[in-house]
Design a binder for this molecule. Structure first.
Ligand code: PAF
Length: 278
């Protein structure tokens, strides 16, 4: 395990001098099979794999779960020992954000919609940490899950806008056998809430059978609204290329249907790419 930014950069510089490529999997820990899929893909793509565990304070708002976010360092290290990971980077806040080092990153208007509307400043915080970690690690590839579709879109946009020499690699959402998307926050759910959360994958599967976006949105809303204890934050169709909200009635070939709900104090998100017959 490496805890200092300079130590991490030195290791990567050594690998690069030997001609090795580097793939980076940023995480906030509480690792699960979704992270496992990112690591597996990383090890297929590059000679060396770095995983970071850093619970980034900048992406949590006041009253959010920064203090209670699951921290499972020992279990996470055991999880990583079973996989092809070359270095675990576990820096302190001061290593990531040393006094005097200014990291500018702004998510722009898309960052204020959907997740950003409910969590003001969240995506600015995500982009700042991703940019800083990538500056320390200089990866050739950085891997992100498709479950966090808006995060993936904004990171990819930042990398392209700034011309950073990194390929952002999306990896499909990993689901439990019953369909629930894996998330570190699933640990907050009681058994009863976990059962109610299944309304999300069920609704998304029903949406796949719809022939229009308005039809898909209607079945998802109806399914989620009929689940006691589940509150919808948003259900919307977005353009996969721009992440702009789509007019529900316009004729479309495809859309990404995005969902956020709360079960008690736990917020869950999921999404599905939909294709419509013309
Ligand atoms: O998706 C996450 O776990 C976090 O947002 C990330 C990308 C590790 C940045 O803190």
């Amino acid at each position: 395990m490496v805890t200092t930014s300079s130590g991490m950069s030195d290791i990567v510089a050594g690998w690069k001098s030997e001609g090795h490529s580097v793939a980076f999997v940023p995480t906030m820990g509480a690792l699960h099979q979704g992270h496992g899929a990112l690591i597996e893909k990383a090890s297929e793509l590059a000679d060396r794999v770095v995983v970071s565990i850093f619970v980034n304070p900048l992406q949590f708002g006041t009253g959010e779960d920064f203090d209670s976010y699951p921290r499972r360092d020992e279990a996470d290290q055991a999880f990583l020992r079973e996989r092809r990971v070359d270095v675990l980077f576990m820096p302190s806040v001061d290593e990531v954000y040393p006094p005097g080092v200014v990291i500018t990153a702004a998510a722009g208007p898309v960052g204020d919609t959907f997740e950003g509307a409910s969590r003001p400043g969240h995506f600015d915080g995500v982009l700042r940490v991703v940019k800083r970690l990538c500056a320390i690690i200089s990866p050739d590839f950085a891997l992100f899950g498709r479950k966090d579709a808006q995060q993936l879109f904004l990171v990819d946009t930042m990398v392209r806008n700034e011309g950073l020499p990194i390929t952002i690699v999306p990896v499909d959402t990993v689901r439990a056998p019953d369909g629930l998307a894996l998330s570190s926050r699933n640990a907050y759910l009681s058994d009863d809430e976990r059962a109610r959360a299944l309304a999300i994958p069920v609704a998304l599967a029903e949406a796949e059978r719809a022939t229009t976006l308005s039809g898909a949105l209607a079945v998802v809303r109806e399914r989620l609204e009929s689940e006691p204890g589940l509150t919808i934050d948003y259900v919307a169709g977005v353009d996969p290329e721009t992440f702009h909200q789509l007019d529900e009635d316009s004729p479309l070939r495809e859309a990404t249907l995005i969902v956020a709900v709360s079960l008690s104090t736990t917020r869950l998100i999921d999404n599905r790419r939909l294709h419509f017959p013309q």
